[in-house]
Design a protein around this ligand. Structure first.
Ligand code: F6P
Length: 544
């Protein structure tokens, strides 16, 4: 690329932030709160029913002003417009990035190569709806005439994590007469455990793969076909009644033996990790029904419109994206914890790991230069309160600074006794404890023995966001996912990287293909890897 941008670190606002950081790095959240009694009300945003409290972040008004300035210097507004317009912003794959078109209204016009993609999106949604209605009503019959009772999604990465996460998140709204399973790993145990109690005559497999070439998925799909045919007496016609595919690759789907009439299409302008609201969400639609799926799409769309139109200062994804990069690029933060206080979001952190790290785990700028600043931190997490009895010790008293996103909901699907109040009390207490800690004087005044005091001091000054919404339902889930999609976009825009490719996963795939041949070869091959790899291959061959 010829138009080289100035490095992020050379931007005037970045330099000002560096100077500003020296002033604020040792300022305690206790002092920031003491200086502004209204801070906890003021540093909040209420967007589409999602309330963000960002007051417990190590930021001042000056920090925020400079971060927004930096965003403008990095052309964030025009980059946002370019994505929504369908510009080919995924430059290394020469593709538009239009997951936002998946949740567009039917009367919208979004052009790719001169053609409006919106009618195609809605045609696929209609086809998905038709299949769902037939399955959920029992009209679709399997090879032996029985209705479908079990749905198995086979896919990996973006063709698995979104569907699993959404199924878990919306389970309470799902059709409990249907059983859902998800197979992703090439480890045969994943498939074996998923189908061990299923009846092939009542099982539908959804083979979800954007490329339809992914080794894990194609191997699992073949095993599923063998399992089905073994269970139903080996008749090949059975495949048509028990397999559907979700892919961009009709040729490969047809080669596999799935009728393309039972293929649900999506497009190369939808990245794998941005595809859960495309036909990749077929299992979600089967679980919650077309209306529930549409509600989720509406949630996505509302957040898209907010991201597209709201001024930077009032823009939830922009604000959260900028705060996260403030920690990464100034405080040298290396991980961010996602802590949902909602059991149904138990797979949300795993979903976000791919979204964030496959998108922004990059070292090369859009101009082909090595970055001279950090990019994506590691995202990880577990639902509260389980994490509290596991790794929170390190977040409270360890040496690493780990900003946290707490996610909580006012209502629960299961208002059992005091459970929900206790759950929410814990979420709120954690952010308070992290921010304010417990000083030496406070510990001493508890009557703690002098030698124990240092162990019981909490330094505090550990930052967090709290996101509070009314309840976890389909529309809120859509808003939350779109929020994080756009946070990732904001980070990538500032880091000047391609957030939409994933070349880093290729090398391992190629080497595995080679090594599998070496593991399975009947001949003693002359191995040409390094000595460690050669020894591992030989040992496995000897012992297997
Ligand atoms: O290995 C990375 C990846 O390409 C992801 O980006 C993608 O979500 C996953 O593999 C699955 O790919 P596919 O849907 O083409 O099988």
């Amino acid at each position: 690329m010829n138009n080289r941008h100035p490095s992020l670190t050379q931007r005037p606002a970045f330099k000002q932030l560096q100077t500003h950081f020296q002033n604020i790095r040792s300022t305690h959240l206790r002092d920031l709160f003491a200086a502004d009694p209204k801070r906890g009300d003021r540093l909040t945003l209420d967007v589409l029913g999602i309330y963000l409290d960002y007051s417990k972040n190590r930021v001042s008004d000056e920090t925020l002003k400079l971060l927004f300035e930096l965003a403008r210097e990095c052309d964030l507004p025009s980059k946002i417009a370019a994505m929504f317009r369908g510009d080919r912003i995924n430059i290394t794959e020469d593709r538009s990035v239009l997951h936002t078109a998946l949740r567009s209204k039917p009367d919208a016009t979004i052009l790719v190569d001169g053609g409006n993609v919106v009618p195609e999106v809605h045609a696929v949604l209609a086809k998905m709806t038709n299949l769902c209605d037939r399955i959920r009503s029992g009209q679709w019959r399997g090879h032996t005439g029985q209705p479908i009772r079990s749905i198995v999604n086979i896919g990996i990465g973006g063709s698995d994590l979104g569907p699993v996460m959404a199924y878990e998140a919306l389970k309470v709204y799902s059709d409990r007469e249907l059983t859902f399973r998800f197979v992703s790993n090439i480890d045969g145990s994943d498939f074996a455990e998923a189908v061990r109690d299923l009846n092939p005559a009542e099982t539908l497999f959804i083979i979800s793969s954007k490329t339809f070439t992914t080794l894990e998925t194609i191997t699992n799909a073949q095993t599923a076909s063998d399992w089905l045919l073994a269970g139903l007496g080996g008749s090949k016609e059975a495949v048509a009644k028990h397999f559907v595919a979700v892919s961009t690759n009709a040729v490969r789907v047809s080669e596999f033996g799935i009728d393309t009439a039972n293929m649900f299409e999506f497009w190369d302008w939808v990245g794998g990790r941005y595809s859960m609201d495309s036909a990749i969400g077929l299992s979600t639609m089967l679980a919650v029904g077309p209306t529930g799926f549409q509600q989720m799409l509406d949630g996505f769309h509302q957040m898209d419109e907010h991201f597209r139109l709201a001024p930077l200062e009032e823009n939830l994804p922009v604000l959260m994206g900028l705060i996260s990069m403030w920690y990464v690029n100034f405080f040298d933060v290396q991980t961010i914890a996602i802590l949902p206080y909602e059991q149904y979001l138990k797979r949300f952190p795993a979903y976000l790991q791919q979204l964030t790290m496959e998108s922004n785990g990059k070292t090369t700028t859009l101009d082909g230069q090595k970055v001279d600043y950090r990019t994506s931190p590691v995202y990880w997490g577990e639902p509260g309160t389980n994490g509290q009895h596991s790794f929170y010790q390190l977040i409270h008293q360890g040496t690493a600074l780990i900003p946290c996103d707490f996610l909580a909901f006012v209502e629960t699907a299961h208002p059992l006794g005091r459970h929900h109040d206790i759950l929410l009390a814990n979420a709120i207490a954690q952010s308070e404890a992290l921010a304010f800690g417990k000083s030496e004087t406070e510990v001493q005044s508890d009557g703690t023995a002098a030698w124990l005091v240092p162990h019981r001091v909490f330094d505090g000054n550990r930052p967090s966001n709290t996101l509070l919404a009314q309840r976890l339902d389909a529309v809120t889930l859509g808003k939350l996912i779109a929020l994080y999609e756009h946070i990732v976009f904001v980070q990538g825009a500032l880091w000047n990287i391609d957030s939409f490719d994933q070349w880093g996963v290729e090398l391992g795939k190629v080497l595995a293909q080679k090594i599998v041949g070496e593991l399975e070869s009947p001949d003693d091959l002359a191995l040409k890897h390094d000595s460690s790899t050669n020894a591992l291959i030989r040992r496995y061959r000897q012992l297997k």
